[in-house]
Design a protein around this ligand. Sequence first.
Ligand SMILES: Cc1ncc(C[n+]2csc(CCOP(=O)(O)OP(=O)(O)O)c2C)c(N)n1
Ligand code: SF4
Ligand SMILES: [Mg+2]
Length: 323
Amino acid sequence: MTMPVTQCLIKLHEAHHNLEDYQGGVPRWCSGCGDNAILAAVQRLCRDEDLAPERTVFVSGIGCSSRFPHYMKTYGCHGIHGRAFPIAEGVKMARPDLAVFVNTGDGDCCSIGAAHWIHAVRYNMNLTVLLHDNEIYGLTKKQASPTSPRGTRSNTTPRGSHLEGLNPLTVTLGVQNVSFVAQAVDWIPEVLYQIIRAAHHHKGFSFVRILQRCPEWLPDLFEPYVKDPKKTMLLTHKDGLQLSDAVARTYTNRREHDPSNLALAREAASQIEPIPVGILYRNAALPCYEDLRRSTRLRTADYIKAGLEAEFDKFTVWPQAAS
Ligand SMILES: Cc1ncc(C[n+]2csc(CCOP(=O)(O)OP(=O)(O)O)c2C)c(N)n1
Ligand code: SF4
Ligand SMILES: [Mg+2]
């Protein structure tokens, strides 16, 4: 059956998306905040992958980084502090056909949400998780977070924090069923984009820790790494990062790293300096929880409507029954 040209053009227009189709409100992050770079990379990914905005969801907790869903013209949920994972898991369970992203901060994920984080890794649901790790509580104006380096002076640790920062990569790699772990930095946009794209393509719980600059509260934290490319170690592999000439020229400190090897991934993740950037671990063979527990029918609008009608019918007084 042939389709009229106008209908065909409308269909083409609806199917093709531009960057503006994903741009929501004007971001209210500080200028120079690394969250802006993460947002740009994600909007570019949505455009390149032609993700239908009405079938894409961003779920977050609370924090500067968790404002992310407001800036995406897709579905989204700016959730509860530390609870981004269970909310996203609920969405994915009910609608496994949707692309679901999670934006969480180091406080949101590694402090108040830590228990949810550990179990989310084990459940291995098909979620793309972006940990915006600025190593501080940004929104609440500078309290130490679990990832703050030892000695960080903050409102809660005026004489400097006493403990070494928690490493979100090694923690995630230590959980049963871990299936994708990567590290990116906000100041190398091309590599950031590539890593987020690989995470999105991975079927399973893809965990991307992004070192994110917070010029408001920790302006000096990542400056040495931004200024000196030698302080970054790019992990390359035919199944991992592939570099453009420009990035390869600047970042000469590189190592071949096979992302299928868990022991090597743990070793690379433990390295603090130079910062390892790339795909540390990937295992596509592990089952996703939503596939193991898949309900027989998708919770589409029609399915929900039919369920509601059936509930209302229970209370209907039929004329025959009344007489
Ligand atoms: C239950 C609860 N406890 C505490 C807070 C206060 N609070 C809001 S955001 C936040 C920390 C955010 O830090 P992070 O997750 O690192 O996000 P960032 O602002 O750095 O992006 C805290 C403690 C809250 N909103 N809810
Ligand atoms: S306070 Fe820090 S994390 Fe929050 S918007 Fe400003 S620069 Fe970004
Ligand atoms: Mg933070």
